[in-house]
Design a protein around this ligand. Structure first.
Ligand SMILES: Nc1nc2c(ncn2[C@@H]2O[C@H](COP(=O)(O)OP(=O)(O)OP(=O)(O)O)[C@@H](O)[C@H]2O)c(=O)[nH]1
Ligand SMILES: [Mg+2]
Length: 304
């Protein structure tokens, strides 16, 4: 077990060009607290592990696969007061670590997040990734009413106690999405601030289509589980709207001609409305179950 005050968790996969500087430029202490860089390496084929050790990091070798899995695996082997996540590709400013940890130490916030969109190298994020990020942030704003400006950033910090309250299960690049929504679900105070974001060294491990779809799926499923009334409410409303067109046709015929000519339209309208009602009912049941779970969670938290 690694014991320290502030653990900086750095997942790496073939990052030999960047990892030395990422580790070396980390401050050794924040105020009087010791900082320990822990690299969790996904069995890199290059010199990542030796470069990380040269820079002074503790290196763990990942048994599973994927960034999210790496983080979970590492957390099981670390005991600390604060956890900082930073990518090992040289995109984030290691030296700015105190800006992330000090607000936590002062009790001003529960999670600090360094955002990338305001200040960055021109080619650091592709237009496609920027667009995806903006769309995901908009979904969060719509469902949770919180103005998260960069939910996919890899540089963030939490106290270990707060981190342990989050239910993290994702294996790959969905981990940031999961942390963000879990933080919102647990009413954590989130403090975002911009930090300069550099162009990455070495090859990206993120496949924009494949990983983008996985992130989208995670986001939608988490919205379903944490905001069922909105989720099923909107879904039911879409079916209700869909049924309005054949229904208006049928009503028009009944009023003008006195009888209904389009029987299939009647069936389609009835089917759509019934489906909408069923979806709304599922939403209400899911919401009741969520509220009960929250009550249980609160009870358990108080008993701890
Ligand atoms: N341990 C481990 N680390 C990984 C794995 N996949 C990616 N990483 C690391 O996770 C960090 C983020 O991955 P990136 O490829 O930079 O992904 P990104 O930052 O979303 O995308 P870029 O815009 O290309 O930087 C990097 O330090 C990677 O080396 C993995 O399977 N295991
Ligand atoms: Mg990166």
């Amino acid at each position: 077990m690694i014991r320290t005050d502030i653990c900086v968790l750095i997942p790496t996969l073939n990052e030999e060009d960047a990892i030395f500087d990422v580790v070396k430029t980390l401050p050794k202490r924040v105020r009087n607290l010791k900082v320990t860089p822990v690299v969790i390496d996904g069995r890199s084929k290059d010199r990542t592990v030796s470069r990380a050790k040269q820079a002074g990091a503790t290196v763990l070798i990942q048994k599973t696969r994927g960034k999210g899995a790496a983080i979970q695996e590492a957390l099981e082997q670390i005991s600390c007061d604060y956890v900082v996540f930073i990518d090992g590709d040289g995109t984030y400013q290691s030296v700015e670590l105190p800006k992330l940890v000090e607000p936590l130490m002062d009790g001003k916030t529960d999670m600090t997040v360094a955002t990338r969109l305001a200040q960055r190298d021109s080619a650091s994020i592709t237009p496609f990734n920027t667009l995806g990020n903006i769309a995901f942030n908009a979904l969060i704003r719509f469902f949770y009413g919180k103005n998260i400006t960069d939910m996919l950033t890899g540089y963030r910090a939490l106290s270990r106690k707060k981190l342990d309250e989050l239910n993290l299960v994702s294996q790959a690049f969905e981990v940031e999405t999961e942390i963000t929504i879990e933080a919102l679900r647990n009413n954590l105070r989130i403090h975002e601030f911009p930090l300069f974001y550099k162009k990455r060294k070495g090859q990206t491990k993120l496949n924009p289509i494949h990983d983008g779809l996985r992130i989208f799926k995670t986001l939608i499923l988490m919205i379903r589980d944490t905001k069922p009334l909105y989720f099923f409410g909107i879904l039911g409303f879409l079916f209700f709207l869909f049924g309005l067109w054949p229904a208006s046709l049928v009503v028009y015929e009944k009023i003008v001609f006195g009888s209904v000519q389009h029987v299939p339209s009647t069936i389609l309208a009835a089917f759509s409305f019934l489906l909408a009602i069923q979806i709304w009912a599922i939403g209400m049941l899911a919401d009741m179950s969520l509220k009960n779970n929250q009550r249980l969670e609160n009870l358990l938290r108080k008993k701890r």
